[in-house]
Design a protein around this ligand. Structure first.
Ligand code: NAD
Length: 260
């Protein structure tokens, strides 16, 4: 087994039955933490996924259904978890449209899931962390928490909001053994990104590979997608003792995007 630096810790990862959330849950479990995974569905495969993680890593992994667009579900998720030493706010959705055509209900959903959910889960988790005398909040923001792109108004606004919330959470816990940081990934090839490829192909009249290289990775100087394993590894680092004095900041995992 890999270094079990998080043995005995309990983690909650929102939106974690696929993509980055699943990669983070897997990395935390591999580091020895018990994990609660979540999404808005309640399918047999969600529970099977929890069992698979539990088996693979020899830790307790539970699936708890909760719709992160609803304040009461966000709060109930952490309450049902019972313990929360490590909170990873990861659930997120995307919609791309110019501002005049941006559907108001999409704006509301993105702000709720990508931003407000982190406020609600953090509000319930902090008292638990204080009781335990230790805690880590890791918010999965984005390169779009630090920079902007056209047609992504709600997403960019929400992710900048997450970076702001990260700083406030860090200041409110600064003198305790609790830290809060945001990871800002560039493009990671997950379902949320896969879904954007056909639209981008249509918009730019390009094939898949050309869209990936010339449009999606145009701002990522490395020319490569980041991986869910890299986001998982960064999360485990932020939860480690080496990161105890890192708080209220952002770590970019973006192949150089924000250096441009
Ligand atoms: P994804 O679509 O693969 O995963 C999103 C997860 O959130 C899924 O598990 C989904 O079930 C869950 N989710 C969606 N709506 C939910 C809801 N209402 N309640 C509970 N769970 C819900 O996407 P991803 O790429 O893994 O994105 C994860 C996070 O990383 C998001 O916050 C996203 O903004 C951020 N991010 C992704 C990239 C990227 O390139 N993939 C880059 C920067 C930031």
């Amino acid at each position: 087994m890999a270094d079990r630096v998080l043995a005995g810790k309990a983690a909650v990862v929102t939106g974690s039955n696929s993509g980055i959330g699943l990669g983070v849950a897997e990395a935390l479990a591999a580091a020895g933490a018990d994990v609660v995974i979540n999404s808005f569905t309640d399918a047999p495969e969600d529970h099977a996924l929890a069992e698979r993680l539990s088996r693979d890593h020899g830790v307790t992994v539970r699936y708890i259904q909760g719709d992160m667009s609803k304040a009461e579900d966000c709060r109930a998720l952490v309450e049902k978890a019972g313990r929360c030493d490590i909170l990873v706010n990861n659930a997120g959705i995307q919609h791309v449209a110019p501002i005049p055509e941006f559907p108001a209900e999409k704006w509301d959903a993105i702000i709720a899931i990508n931003l407000s959910s982190a406020f609600h889960t953090t509000a319930v988790a902090l008292p638990m962390m204080r009781k335990a005398g230790w805690g880590r909040v890791v918010n999965i923001a984005s390169a779009h928490g630090l920079t902007a792109s056209p047609y992504k108004s709600a997403y960019v606004a929400a992710k900048h909001g997450v970076v702001g919330l990260t700083k406030v959470t860090a200041l409110e816990t600064a003198t305790e053994s609790i830290t809060c940081n945001a990871i800002c990934p560039g493009y990671v090839l997950t379902p949320i990104v896969e879904k954007q490829i056909p639209d981008q192909m249509k918009t730019h009249g390009m094939g898949r590979e050309e869209v990936i290289a010339k449009v999606m990775l145009a701002r990522q100087p490395s020319g490569e997608f980041a991986t869910v394993e890299q986001i998982g590894g960064t999360t485990v680092f932020l939860c480690s003792d080496a990161a105890a004095q890192i708080t209220g900041t952002t770590i970019s995992v973006d192949g150089g995007w924000t250096a441009l």
